[in-house]
Design a protein around this ligand. Structure first.
Ligand code: BEZ
Length: 249
């Protein structure tokens, strides 16, 4: 489980919303549309959709993030993406950097389908196959070297385009765009900040006093690949970006 703290997220991860412009462009929100933001987080990107003249409902599984989104004036609700309960009421469903936390994609996509009006759009971006490969490998190894089972800690789902296309098409969507994009991403607070905001699940079995050492171990493992000569850390992000349409039945 990841605990979401809006303050540390702002410090460690403001790039998530800042780099979200391409998926907003792919959605192409139109004034007057009703849009569901699935995994709205602190609402930074949700506001951009509202600024386009859309009516937006945000949902997120984190109470803390929903409270932060509400402070931005967003109609946000605590809801697990596996449990979407809307019925034919949205012109589009939008999701940025959230779907890789939802490990039962067929349930999520079925809920998105039900939420949409006929010919509604589903535009999203998530971690794709190979996402944060160096970090992911180092985290799993650090768990195993402490006697844990990597699969018990691993919270992420990073599909390749073929796998996610099948999930979308099985639910009835027509896939218009689906692509993997390499996007090395500078980390404003380095590896320790990234672990603090995103990789707590791997720390579950690590005692409080050993967490610092755990983080140093990850830094040492990935430094040759993810730290440049100026000492700037980058994460090896790979995005899966897609646009799918709820086809007529
Ligand atoms: C992502 O946005 O791709 C991501 C974020 C945190 C952990 C893993 C992946």
């Amino acid at each position: 489980m990841n605990a979401w703290d809006p303050n540390s997220y702002k410090r460690n991860a403001s790039f998530v919303a800042e780099l979200g412009a391409p998926v907003v462009d792919l959605l192409a929100p139109k004034k007057g549309e009703r849009i569901l933001d699935l995994g709205c987080g602190d609402g930074t990107l949700t506001r951009k959709l509202i600024d386009c003249g859309c009516t937006v409902v945000g949902v997120d599984s984190s109470q803390e993030m929903v409270s932060a989104a509400r402070q931005l004036g967003i109609d946000a609700h605590v809801l697990d993406g596996h449990e979407l309960s809307f019925n034919g009421e949205f012109d589009a469903v939008f999701s940025n950097a959230a779907l890789h936390w939802m490990t039962q994609p067929a349930r999520v996509v079925a809920g998105v389908w039900r939420s949409l009006k006929p010919v509604g759009r589903f535009a999203g971006e998530m971690g794709g196959a190979g996402n944060v490969r160096r970090l992911h490998t180092a985290l799993r190894q650090a768990v195993v070297s402490r006697g844990g089972r990597a699969e018990d800690s691993d919270p992420w789902y990073f599909p390749n385009p073929g796998q996610y296309r099948r999930v979308l098409e099985s639910a009835g969507f027509a896939v218009k765009v689906i692509e993997l994009i390499d996007r090395p991403t500078p980390l404003p607070t380095g590896i320790s900040g990234w672990i603090e905001s995103f990789a707590q699940a791997f720390l579950g079995g690590v005692r409080e006093q050993e967490r610092e050492e755990f983080t140093r171990e990850i830094e040492t493992a990935v430094r040759p690949y993810l730290c440049d000569k100026q000492g700037v850390w980058h994460a090896d992000y790979v995005r899966l970006r897609f646009l799918a349409i709820k086809s007529e039945v």
